[in-house]
Design a protein around this ligand. Structure first.
Ligand code: ZN
Length: 1025
């Protein structure tokens, strides 16, 4: 639970919308109206109302309050959205790198006065219908948010959150488990060597195995060298063992105090109720203090600085000879100046986003590096913002050239400014983002206002985005050189700038290991024999505590009977446009039209399948019709909310050896721009450009770099995909399109000196994929716009009719499934059936330069419609909560682990795991535990709540009906599945564990990603990659 600091357009991107279809618009504006009745000066439950502001553009009313006795700050955003959110934020400004705020974030979740059981958050996941629960440690704050659609659940969760944050137990044992400890490697053997253990210790070792993260951390530390931003708030692995339990408790007392807290609530539940509960359960028990947590301004340097750091070499780098990173970072103004922050983040987008931006042209296109540096653009997550620009994946000898280009580009911008059309496109984008409704709007708002509010900026001003837009337009009108002046001031004339380079060091990991060993030996050296005995005994105590069955009965809980018995129906209409099947879904989309199309891969020769992800990532980015790629990008920004293509592998709901394969076209636009959007799609269908080799090379490099960077973050997904490879035909295709096989393939493509063969392949793929004969479409828009949209879709289909070609599928075993089971129109999806598929067992090990492992074991079970599927879903959830979490995270020290059911596979996984094959035995013990039936009805009910909170998570108007469109699963089938979930019993759980997960009856695959492993190398049953 550690927040990653990524910068680009972060603030604007996080503003996206939610409005639940059933409640919003229909229910008029009750929550908003209620909130607008409050008056400044009014006293409510110990709080005083300070400000009431309507923000019509976001359909909300903001109420700002302060708590009289403690000075706690409060913001409520009333909106007719049932996905209510609560968050409490503390300003946490550590002055060392022991990770004290991060370890505190973990330990407050180990039990509190009213709820003394361990890990109440994790347990509440199974006792609630929450749509989100988490905790984040940022550089200068720690935040605890949750959301739920159920009023009773809101009160329950609020009670648990308040008690955890304000009255945690903070036991010494919690500190050892979550922070760090010395312990015998094997806790039951006093003669085994002493090692460092602890959840955060391992988590941070894992986090710093990611070179992008290493770079971002150094950059922040060095750009702000004089206060809290010069330390690692998450914890520097080797500094973590300097933290003491006393220091941890002290940090809690001074930072987790109402006088240092900011509360935020959002949604349609009444504000008074929240205030009353917060006052009674927490705030009334405190007196005001002066928390003294302000961050002073960073003193400005009188001249620029340079620095250099090292990292581990990347085995998957697209070009091993080019692994350097270089970027220049500038200190900007205070983020509490809302308009300045808005202006600078817009300016940043103009400078770096998309192929029309000056830095893209100057730095990316000459192909000096693989992509922008991992930290790039405006970053408003620190008290004073920063802007960074640079490259990763570059050669060392290009250092001077890159520096030169950066300063030259800044001069060029000051000289010639930006085209008006690009500014319009950016403002259009903000408009779309404000109209688009997402399912987690409350959470987006909470993180959007967090940084500025944390430093006493005005959160209400931040919400008034349209005011900033208007002021921006006015300012630009009055002074056309407004942006150029900013560039001159903040970049050219700014002496507080840092040039930081990073290069790989062959012995980096060795050095790290050696430093850790030295630290360990120093600690051990200081121990007496009785200390060692003490450590051994404490280790046993911790093990015993972890193994004890936990009584969670102190925690509040919803009941299975609180779950809605039926799902709301989403009506869709199925029809055709020039012979192509179309699904229409009427939704309150707030003036936007969403167009999607699924194009089948069935006629594509199989040797081309590896190229399909590349095809998807470039087909909308290389130019089309009369537009070159720059003009195309410009038109897409000016007229649409985005146009993209992605691969789809959809397992059949009734048979494991059947699946549908295709690519999904996704796009959205304002209603008035629909003809423009279809025109762009027509050009892509009729005349996509693939011929520009240099453009292709840039895109290839970026894709390969992105894949290589993603592994240390999503390693468990890669392990699961690989483990499922030989178990079903869909699993095999998943590995080809999105697994380690694809990562390695893209690395090979990036290494090719001649891309002409790749270009010929893309042209061939286009003929097979962009073919109306192989296609079906989906439209989501308002009822008022539906018939016009249908007419325009019809004319789009006529425009692309020439691409229609009847092609033979490459496999003969094609099965047709009706799009609408109740309809006999004959419209269908075409699935591939591989009845002769032979699943086989395979154990694969990928040796990678990580200090931790990602492990998965996958077992072939049954498809969605099978009556055992529901029991397997509940079983996976229950094993995770009641067994695997304890074994893999608490005892094993991994960051996470569990089991899940999907695509007919039951998959175990672990994430950032210090163990390798030992974790496989933990999976097996989990199976034994399930078969033994040693779980209670309470355990089962909790697993049901947890599964239902996922099943019933809100769906945005843009995505309604999409599950059905893609997988053919109708509301009726979902309702059947729902009823089977309710009906799962103790007996059915034991039965499915025996039937599918038992040794000898299973067909399973195993995959591990991790560091060099002698045991695995010697074991011939493993394939080592
Ligand atoms: Zn964490």
């Amino acid at each position: 639970m550690f927040r990653q600091t990524k910068a680009v357009l972060q603030k604007l991107r996080s503003v996206s919308f939610y409005g639940q279809q059933s409640t919003w618009r229909l229910k008029s504006t009750s929550a908003i109206e209620r909130a607008s009745q409050y008056r400044p000066g009014q006293k409510i439950h110990g709080f005083t109302v300070r400000e009431v502001v309507a923000v019509p553009d976001l359909f909300l009313t903001a109420v700002k309050l302060t708590h009289d006795k403690t000075g706690a700050q409060y913001l409520h955003a009333a909106r007719d959205d049932s996905n209510n959110l609560f968050s409490v934020l503390f300003r946490t400004t550590p002055m060392d790198s022991t990770g004290v705020p991060h370890i505190l974030e973990h330990t407050v979740l180990c039990g509190s006065e009213k709820y003394p059981c361990r890990d109440p958050f994790f347990k509440m996941l199974n006792r609630s219908l929450s749509t989100f629960m988490n905790a984040f440690t940022a550089s200068d704050y720690t935040m605890y948010p949750f959301s739920t659609q159920n009023g009773k659940d809101f009160q329950n969760l609020l009670s648990v959150y308040l008690d955890a944050a304000f009255f945690p137990c903070l036991r010494e044992q919690d500190f050892w488990q979550e922070g760090w400890r010395l312990e015998n490697e094997n806790p039951t053997d006093p003669n085994s060597p002493l090692v460092f253990k602890g959840v955060v210790f391992n988590e941070m070792k894992g986090a710093f195995s990611d070179n992008e993260r290493v770079y971002a951390q150094h950059l922040q530390n060095k750009l702000y060298p004089d206060h809290t931003y010069s330390v690692v708030s998450g914890g520097e692995p080797l500094a973590i063992p300097d933290l003491t339990w006393e220091q941890l408790k002290q940090f809690h007392a001074t930072h987790y105090h109402p006088s240092n807290a900011r509360f935020f609530t959002y949604g349609d539940l009444p504000l008074e109720q929240h205030l009353k509960q917060i006052e009674e359960e927490a705030l009334s028990k405190f007196e005001r203090i002066n928390p003294n947590t302000e961050v002073p301004p960073q003193p400005h340097w009188s001249s620029p600085r340079e620095d250099h750091v090292t990292c581990s070499p990347d085995a998957l780098a697209p070009d091993p000879a080019r692994q350097n990173t270089l970027c220049v970072s500038y200190l900007l103004g205070d983020i509490t100046d809302t308009f300045e922050g808005f202006t600078l983040s817009l300016l940043s987008s103009l400078m770096i986003s998309g192929p029309n931006s000056p830095f893209y042209k100057a730095l990316i296109e000459p192909n000096i590096g693989t992509d922008f540096s991992s930290v790039v653009g405006y970053d408003g997550s620190t008290k004073e913002a920063s802007f960074s620009i640079g490259l990763q994946g570059m050669a060392e000898e290009d250092t001077e050239r890159v520096k030169q280009i950066i300063s030259q580009t800044i001069n060029d911008i000051i000289e010639s400014g930006f085209e008006e059309e690009r500014i319009d496109a950016l403002l259009h984008k903000i408009q779309i983002q404000m109209k688009h409704q997402s399912t987690n709007f409350g959470l987006s708002l909470a993180s959007y206002i967090a940084s500025s509010w944390n430093h006493d900026g005005d959160p209400v001003e931040l919400l008034q985005i349209n005011d900033s837009v208007a002021k921006f337009k006015q300012t630009l009108k009055e002074n056309p050189r407004f942006l150029q002046d900013k560039v001159k001031h903040y970049f050219k004339e700014n002496t507080h700038r840092l040039t930081l380079s990073m290069s790989p060091d062959e012995v980096y990991l060795e050095k790290q290991a050696k430093a850790e060993e030295e630290k360990l030996q120093k600690k051990i050296h200081a121990l007496s024999d009785s200390d060692k005995k003490d450590i051994y005994e404490k280790g046993l105590e911790l093990l015993a505590a972890q193994s004890k069955t936990q009584d969670a009965s102190c925690l509040p809980a919803l009941k299975v009977s609180d779950i809605e018995p039926t799902i709301p129906v989403t009506p869709v209409q199925i029809s055709t446009a020039v012979g192509v099947p179309v699904q229409y879904c009427e939704q309150p989309t707030n003036g936007l039209v969403y167009f999607r199309a699924m194009c089948s891969l069935n006629t594509l020769p199989e040797d081309l399948r590896l190229y399909v992800p590349l095809f998807c990532s470039v087909v909308t980015k290389m130019g089309c019709g009369g537009l070159d790629y720059r003009q195309q990008s410009q038109q897409m920004e000016l007229r649409t909310g985005g146009m993209s293509v992605s691969t789809q592998v959809v397992p059949d709901s009734t048979q494991l050896d059947m699946y549908e394969q295709g690519v999904l076209l996704s796009s959205s636009c304002l209603e008035r721009n629909l003809p423009h959007m279809f025109h762009l799609w027509s050009d892509i269908f009729n005349n996509p450009h693939f011929d520009e080799v240099e453009r292709l090379r840039v895109l290839v490099m970026m894709s390969a770099q992105e894949l290589a960077n993603g592994i240390s973050y999503s390693g468990h997904m890669y392990a699961m995909t690989r483990a499922g490879r030989h178990l079903t035909p869909a699993g095999d295709l998943n590995e080809t399109l999105g697994g380690m096989e694809q990562v390695k393939f893209m690395k090979r493509v990036a290494e090719l000196s001649d891309l002409s063969q790749v270009i010929r392949t893309l042209v061939r793929i286009k003929k097979h994929l962009l073919n109306p004969d192989n296609m079906r479409c989906a439209i989501n828009t308002t009822p008022q716009k539906m018939s016009d949209t249908a007419a325009q879709l019809e004319s789009f289909m006529k425009d692309v009719a020439d691409n229609r070609k009847e092609r033979k599928p490459v496999r003969s075993n094609i099965i047709e499934r009706p799009l609408d089971p109740s309809d006999v129109s004959g419209l269908s999806r075409k699935l591939i059936s591989e009845q002769n598929f032979q699943p086989c067992q395979m154990k694969t090990f990928f040796q990678l330069p990580f200090p931790v492992h990602f492990i998965s074991e996958s077992i072939r079970t049954v498809p969605f419609s099978h009556h055992d599927y529901a029991s397997l879903c509940i079983l996976a959830r229950m094993m995770t909560a009641k067994f695997l979490h304890g074994e893999i995270r608490e005892k094993g020290g991994a960051y996470g682990g569990g089991a899940r059911m999907g695509g007919g596979l039951f998959s175990f996984y672990s994430y950032r795991d210090p163990n390798s094959v030992q974790t496989l035995s933990a999976f097996r013990r989990g199976v034994d535990w399930a078969k033994s039936g040693q779980f209670t009805q309470q355990d089962i009910d909790e697993a049901k709540l947890s599964v239902f909170s996922a099943v019933d998570s809100p769906v945005a108007p843009a995505d309604k009906g999409m599950g059905r469109f893609l997988s053919g699963v109708t509301d009726e089938m979902k309702q059947n599945h729902r009823e089977r979930l309710f009906a799962v019993t103790h007996q059915s759980l034991v039965e499915v564990a025996e039937r599918y997960l038992g040794v000898g009856q299973r067909t399973c695959g195993v995959a591990i990603l991790g560091p060099e492993n002698e045991a695995i190398k010697k074991d011939p049953s493993w394939i080592v990659k």
